[in-house]
Design a protein around this ligand. Structure first.
Ligand SMILES: [Zn+2]
Length: 349
């Protein structure tokens, strides 16, 4: 996200006191930093994909930096309201998690409780009800687990070509071929899970053990219900983690998601906050979202939000393992806002 030169500039800012100056400025005071996370590792997930997963200790260190830097962590609902009412507290930050993986419940939630920091979980309800691993990410993880090998691709890819797992680029190509085959064959969730089990078998991974550990699975309804509503707000992320360009299909994703959340959490809370799955947004969605009563929507475009930001295009820093503490502090202070690219490509696993 940031070049080496920019990282050097940030280090200079850090040690010269400039970060602290910007963090305490009236410019920063009128801005909100929304942080985005996907998962906190239960095992080695961060070694597979450091953009999606972070080890628990690193996440705790982030929260400690926020506390030590006098940042005010608000719930997203409160933060968005106060942003547009022009009454944010100093150094305002909101924390969000995408998808609602079970590792949120097991790893992130206890750490958030320790700091008493609120967070929003954007939950994609389909996989929460299914209780199986999320297919795309599990395939990518399995192909990484089998790294270095070349294995038979018959029946699991669209061309039946071998799965070449020797480099990151070839694993990405293999993951795409597996996804294309599943799509072309219109596989349902359980058929897709059988494909994941078959890939695990071919790369020599104990799939039942991964299922037991619930790696890359979402929270179950009872886990969602067990989250403290004072601390954790569960919000919209579409039912099936997709953003169709056809209006009625798009609306159905939000309506289904909202309906399922209402039964999952048995709460009267209004579901008006949304996160674009995989950061994939289109200007055509904006009027549709407004009509559906959505009041905020977050992207994966890095940046800080101001009153001039469209509330349905809120920037968000997707924090990852590759961000050093200095880079993280530069984002928290606001300095990095001037140095980053502001449109992030859609996320692919
Ligand atoms: Zn997502």
């Amino acid at each position: 996200m940031l070049t080496r030169l920019k990282r050097m500039i940030l280090s200079l800012c850090r040690y010269s006191g400039a970060l602290e100056l910007v963090a305490g400025s009236s410019w920063r005071r009128s801005r909100l930093l929304i942080l985005g996370y996907h998962g906190i590792s239960q095992a080695d997930e961060h070694e597979w994909n450091g953009r999606l997963y972070m080890p628990p200790d690193q996440f705790r260190a982030r929260l400690l930096l926020l506390r030590q830097g006098d940042y005010t962590v608000l719930s997203l609902d409160d933060a968005v309201r106060r942003l547009y009412e022009n009454r944010l507290p100093p150094r305002a930050v909101a924390i969000t998690f995408d998808d609602g993986y079970v590792d949120f419940y097991r790893k992130a939630y206890p750490i958030l409780q320790e700091f008493a920091f609120p967070a929003t979980v954007y939950l994609t309800t389909y996989y929460a009800e299914l209780s199986r691993p999320v297919f795309d990410v599990m395939c990518s993880y399995l192909l990484w687990k089998g790294r270095g090998q070349i294995v038979d691709g018959a029946g699991v890819t669209d061309t039946d070509a071998v799965l070449d797992l020797r480099s990151e680029a070839s694993r990405l190509a293999a993951a795409r071929a597996v996804r294309r085959a599943a799509k072309q064959n219109r596989l349902d969730a359980l058929q897709k899970d059988a494909i994941a089990a078959e890939i695990a078998n071919r790369v020599g991974v104990d799939y039942p053990a991964l299922l037991d550990a619930r790696l890359l699975q979402l929270m179950r309804p009872e886990e969602v219900r067990a989250l403290s509503p004072e601390l954790i707000d569960v919000q919209l992320h579409t039912h099936r983690h997709r953003t169709p360009r056809e209006r009625s299909e798009f609306s159905a994703e939000i309506v289904d998601n909202r309906g399922r959340l209402a039964t999952l959490t048995a709460s009267e809370r209004v579901r008006g906050h949304f996160c674009y799955p995989s950061g994939d947004y289109d200007m055509m969605f904006l009027p549709w979202l407004r009509e559906l009563g959505v009041v905020s929507a977050t992207t994966v475009d890095p940046g800080l939000a101001s009153t001039r930001t469209d509330p349905l295009l809120l920037p968000r820093l997707m924090d990852s393992c590759s961000n050093s503490p200095v880079v993280f502090e530069a984002w928290a202070s606001g300095v990095a806002n001037w140095l980053a690219r502001h449109r992030h490509p859609a996320i692919e696993v």
